[in-house]
Design a protein around this ligand. Structure first.
Ligand code: PMP
Length: 441
């Protein structure tokens, strides 16, 4: 193995000094597998970071990017554009829920979140309703790392180094209730009434006419796979409608087939006003984010400003970057041609059965799953500096050639949608072994 100079790269969301004592390095990837720096084939149980939905190195996507790089490496989309920008927007709309017909491109999930929040605030102003300045999120929500995202996000750790962030933000409770819904399969039975807290909060604490938007992840992924109870999202959506509040779905994780339908909005049968996307949009091969908007929101902006003026004063140098557009068009083509969303729906049954076999492993407190997402929550470990889950992640990477993710005491799994029955069995068998070995020490 060649030696790597680890001096200069300041790693994101990583204990840099600890990492550098035993760096986990990945040097190549194909289909369901990474190749590690020491030439092991590592089964990808997390689709990278919930993003490589069609599997790694898909030839069609690789080719599209290569050809685009050779043809048009960059063109601005301020006051001019390139045809692929329009084609990528149309391709995205072709798989989006009906009514979400306008696309604003950015470069990742964090930018897409901040774009959607700004769009929501500016939309109300464009309608002449400038009193709506409040944004509501939820506890344990992850909405990226922009100032908007960490403000509406419900993770104190993401804010505490940076001061007060945005004002006028409130957070609803998250809907995880293990004592009522332990080992639930799919949407948990109990807890829809938690949504009513939203209306109570609006009436008791805020004037509802001051609230611009509610942002939710249909499934809270990064903080440990929190699946909404049956009826909960529908109630939130009805309360939003009742009070003229925009509903933003952050589908950065749930988009592009993760739940077995194109988007969680389709799965849950709910039409948000704005939808935040990234990750699977380009199968992660080139960074790209997007906000999908209802026509009426776009039209409001168009009517509010004079013809020759900029309607939404926002954008990025790399909005609709040609390489990202090429990757998005190719990825959407692959999802469709290979029926990957249906495939995810089909495989989710075997995934669920294999996941819940771990119920009797030591220290397993809860298992929850929907589509090709699963969380395995372990009992906390007292008197040790690391969690059981982190120890298991480490064992899986070094000893079992398997990549999993952990957050606190929870193991989170979200494999590429191309996973086979055998790979599902292998993945959960290895995790079961690792949990058992860990508990024996
Ligand atoms: N929203 C959600 C729901 C996410 O899970 C993430 C990333 N995991 C983001 C936003 C931020 O995306 P990015 O890391 O691409 O900025």
């Amino acid at each position: 193995m060649s030696t790597i100079n680890t001096e200069h790269f300041w790693m994101p969301f990583t204990a840099n000094r600890q990492f550098k004592t035993e760096p986990r390095l990945l040097k190549a990837a194909k289909g369901m597998y990474f190749t590690s720096q020491d030439d092991r084939q590592i089964l990808d149980g997390t689709a990278g970071l919930w993003c490589v939905n069609a599997g790694h190195g898909h030839p069609r996507i690789v080719q599209a990017i290569q050809e685009q790089a050779a043809t048009l490496d960059f063109a601005p989309t301020f006051q001019m554009a390139h045809p692929l920008a329009f084609d990528a927007a149309s391709a995205l709309v072709s798989i989006a829920p009906a009514g979400l017909n306008k696309v604003f491109f950015c470069n990742d999930g964090s930018e897409a979140v901040d774009t959607a929040l700004k769009m929501a605030l500016a939309y109300h102003r464009a309608r002449g309703d400038s009193g709506r300045f409040r944004l509501i999120g939820r506890e344990r929500a992850y909405h990226g790392v922009g100032f908007g995202g960490i403000s509406v996000g419900g993770i104190a750790g993401n804010r505490k180094q940076f001061g007060p962030a945005l004002s006028g933000v409130d957070h609803l409770k998250h809907p995880l209730n293990i004592s009522l819904n332990a080992f639930s399969k799919g949407e948990p039975e109990h807890g829809a009434e938690l949504a009513l807290e939203f209306e109570q909060r609006l009436l008791a604490t805020h004037d509802p006419l001051t609230v611009a938007a509610l942002i939710v992840e249909p499934i809270q992924g990064s903080t440990g796979v929190i699946i909404p109870p049956k009826g909960y999202l529908k109630s939130l959506s009805e309360i939003c409608k009742k009070y003229g509040i925009l509903l933003i779905f952050d589908e950065v994780i749930t988009g592009f087939g993760r739940l077995g339908s194109a988007f969680a909005a389709d799965y849950f049968g709910i039409m948000p006003d704005l939808m935040v996307l990234a990750k699977g949009l380009t199968n992660a091969a080139v960074p790209m984010g997007a906000v999908l908007s209802r026509d009426e929101i776009y039209d409001t902006f168009m009517h509010a400003a004079p013809q020759d003026q900029i309607e939404f004063f926002h954008g990025y140098t790399y909005s609709a970057h040609p390489l990202a557009c090429a990757a998005a068009i190719a990825s959407i083509h692959v999802y469709r041609e290979e029926s990957l969303f249906d495939r995810a729906a089909t495989m989710s049954k075997a995934f669920e059965i294999a996941a819940h076999r771990l119920r009797d492993c030591p220290n397993v407190k809860d298992i929850r799953n929907l589509g090709l997402v699963c969380g395995i929550e372990l009992t906390p470990q007292v008197g040790k500096s690391t969690t059981r889950a982190y120890d298991i992640f480490h064992r899986c990477f070094w000893k079992k050639d398997l990549l999993i993710r952990t957050t606190g005491d929870i193991i989170a799994l979200s494999p590429p949608l191309i996973i086979s029955d055998d790979e599902i069995d292998t993945m959960f068998r290895k995790i079961a072994e690792a949990i058992t070995e860990q508990s024996a020490e």
